[in-house]
Design a protein around this ligand. Sequence first.
Ligand SMILES: [Zn+2]
Length: 376
Amino acid sequence: MSRAIKFLRELIALPSVNPAFLPANDPRAGEQRVADFLADTATRFGLDVELHEVSPSRSNLLARLAASRKARQRILLAPHMDTVGGESPEIFEPRESDGRLHGRGACDTKGSLAAMLSALIELAAAPRRPGHTEIVFAGLVDEENGQLGSRALVAKGFKADLAIVGEPTRLQVATAHKGDLWLQLETRGKAAHGARPELGRNAVHEMARIVDLLETTYASLLRQRRHSLLGNPTVSVGTIGGGSQPNIVPDQCRISIDRRTIPGETAAGVRREIQSLLRRHKLKARLLNIRNAPCPALETNFSLPLVKKFLASTGQTRPIGVHYFCDAAVLAGGGIPSVVFGPGNIAQAHTADEWISLRQLEQGTRILLRFLESLP
Ligand SMILES: [Zn+2]
């Protein structure tokens, strides 16, 4: 069994569900077990290890391979340690069948943790390692919820010349991903007795027209915008609630929407465009941003020399774009050119039967090792 497969089996057996998805003190919550395992393993193979506390019992794990001579550049390998939850306890037991390893985190992103750490350990033991490149492996906390780990790393002023963020991309290098905006809209009406609706103003009815406008006119406007790697931005109404009982004309209604952005679109710009669309249709709603932290789109210049070199080591001529938000945009926001890369398929992430192809896991480890070995 290869080292990457062995690591992945051990990692799946250490539950690290994001605490945001579990009741307080659930034994499967938190990244600490995984951080400790990675710290022990990295230390055993001679890497320099640091734990950076992000919040109580939640630390990013950094393992460093110094340049053998004078460092002139730094590469960051950045997978995350947290996972989503799972109903059945079996999902936390690794199970192999037909060349696949099943279990929570197999592809999102314990597979990347295993591949990236194995590549770094092999490089550390190789006769020739980069003379002028420092390589830092960072197991990050909280990607699945608020990205506290990558945000803390950037806030500390951490810099690198390239970050490879581990997410299941089927071993393709992605230089772009969409951003994500959550907005709440609220309409106000006037309450009245249900028997005399003409005396009130129905906030639910006004919202119904807004929902329709967003899902038809606004959605088709967005379909006309195009990014070469990401296609068009989207809008989706996710929740609705309003009124209090059948015999009262509702004076309030709220919806929340998920608006996926492409590079160049800003939160303020999106708010302005929705407000002006509502005005043109004589509709009125209060608009609120309901995300704690910004989640912008990612767009990394793929003609940067290190990005080109990494693309070449996967055999790709052109990068891809992915639809989901991840740590890459946060790191890029801190001035680190970032790409997304890892074994596994996002189609299996967050599902009741998460798995990864073991061939892809090993191939990913080899690609990373080859790339790291080729650095000066
Ligand atoms: Zn995920």
